[in-house]
Design a protein around this ligand. Structure first.
Ligand code: NDP
Ligand code: HSE
Length: 430
């Protein structure tokens, strides 16, 4: 029997303990596929006394996770601590510097420090695996980097955060408002105790930055991602979207245009017939469009112990087999410097919902603002009649530039008859 691959796991929470359980439960299958046993020999977490539902007997325990990188009996390090900095980053840096392959589920770390870490991995000639960092159990990294390697990719579109997708699904199916749906997601353990990274779009943006680097062969650039979350989505907008033939989804979109690459995360209206509109609950989905493969759609569980461990162990099997691919699909020196396109240049249609006082002339003022910014209307609807009171008015536009739309909204918002901040949702022609 070939020598086992000796693995150290840092972090024994949902992901780390899940990896240990999967390696134990599917040992025979994994050994056959890896060509040798995968053996966890060392671990690190904060609380040694905590029951993790898995035996740790016989494993070397380290208080300091960075020490795992220097254990001479460890071949590969799994980082499942989390956070873009702190001990997770220190451990990954130390392991790569010591010439040890690393597998991580940490999208925040990759999005912020991926360029530097990939350069170290390349210089040291070791793998940096991160299949688990994007869309959990969906093998999207391998699909884009290896399966679609022959294609020029024009666009990646993803539902990349299960918590947001659960909240939006619950709001639509049960008519709940955002705060109620969030409380439910928290009760079910989907959202974090501090759910800001999920609902403000940051988690999805971390993942999108990684996908954009892979799809377009450019350095990972989290700062270039335009990020909006779902806090301002109302049950009313979800209902009105349905009337217009759309679903509201928080999407991450990375798109090549003549001007460069757009990377943006924000709520979108997508046609109900599009496959991504039907991905509900905590599920994730990624749609990739390549020039020779056409459109491919991947859907599955984006989080949880099982799906995430599945992705981590797939990377470990590649390392055991010594199957290597450059971290971003091409060597660091071959990464392109294609520019990022600012959000103001986004061209597309818009849904604008206003609460306006129901009195003569208000619509004329609204449409004048749109006309003056050269924005053409596609449809308009007003629900209800309440003279002197506020009523919702919805406008959808033909394609225009985001900067034009923003300028028009600033003027509309200043109208005395407009009583709330307008709700703006981009309509995506997918
Ligand atoms: P958890 O909070 O469940 O687990 C974190 C683990 O890290 C805990 O075991 C904790 O120890 C340990 N830890 C924290 N700080 C230190 C430290 N300074 N030294 C040593 N150990 C430490 O996180 P998850 O398992 O949910 O997430 C881990 C990573 O995986 C994150 O990057 C996350 O974004 C990513 N991820 C998570 C998914 C999920 O479904 N949960 C899905 C995809 C990616 P202790 O237990 O003793 O407190
Ligand atoms: N918080 C993430 C989500 C978990 O809700 O999708 C995994 O990245």
């Amino acid at each position: 029997m070939t020598k086992p691959l000796s693995i150290a796991v840092a972090g024994l929470g949902t992901v780390g303990a899940g990896v240990l359980a999967l390696l134990r439960d599917n040992a025979a299958t994994i050994t056959a596929r890896a060509g040798r046993p995968l053996a966890v020999t060392a671990v690190s977490a904060r609380d040694r006394t905590r029951d993790r539902g898995i035996s740790l007997s016989g494993l070397r325990w380290y208080e300091d996770p960075v020490a795992l990188a220097h254990d001479p009996h460890v071949d590969v390090v799994v980082e499942a601590i989390g956070g873009s900095d702190g001990q997770a980053a220190a451990l990954v840096r130390a392991a790569l510097a010591a010439g040890k392959p690393v597998v991580t589920a940490n999208k925040a770390l990759l999005a912020l420090h991926g360029a530097e870490l990939a350069a170290t991995a390349e210089a040291k000639g070791v793998a940096l695996g991160f299949e688990a960092a994007v869309a959990g159990g969906i093998p999207v990294i391998k699909a884009i980097r290896e399966g679609l390697a022959a294609n020029d990719i024009s666009r990646i579109t993803g539902i990349l955060n299960g918590t947001c997708n659960y909240i939006l699904t619950t709001m639509r199916e049960r008519g709940r408002e955002f705060a109620e749906a969030l409380a439910e997601a928290q009760k079910l353990g989907y959202a974090e105790a501090d759910p800001a990274f999920d609902i403000d779009g940051v988690d999805a943006a971390h993942k999108l930055a990684i996908l954009a680097a892979l799809a377009f062969g450019r350095p990972v650039d989290f700062a270039a991602v335009h990020v909006e979350g779902i806090r301002e989505i109302s049950a009313l907008d979800i209902r009105l979207a349905e009337e217009l033939g759309y679903r509201i989804k928080l999407l991450g979109i990375a798109r090549r245009t003549d001007a460069g690459v757009e990377t943006r995360v924000h709520p979108c209206m997508v046609p109900i017939a599009h496959p991504i509109a039907r991905v509900d609950g905590v599920f994730n989905a990624v749609v990739a469009e390549g020039d020779f493969c056409g459109r491919i759609v991947l859907e599955g569980r984006g989080a949880g112990a099982g799906p995430t461990a599945s992705a981590v162990v797939a990377d470990l099997i590649d390392i055991a087999r010594d199957r290597r691919t450059p971290v971003w699909g091409v060597a660091g020196s071959a990464l392109s410097q294609v520019p990022s396109v600012p959000m103001g240049k986004r061209v597309g249609a818009y849904y604008l919902r206003l609460m306006v006082v129901d009195r003569p002339g208000v619509i004329a003022d609204v449409t004048a603002a749109l006309r003056d910014h050269h924005i053409s209307l596609e449809s308009m609807l007003q629900r209800g009649r309440a003279p002197g009171e506020a009523v919702p008015v919805v406008v959808t536009t033909h394609d225009c530039e985001e900067a034009q739309m923003r300028a028009a909204i600033a003027r509309i918002q200043s109208l005395e008859a407009v009583v709330e901040k307008p709700a703006l949702i981009r309509i995506e022609a997918l």
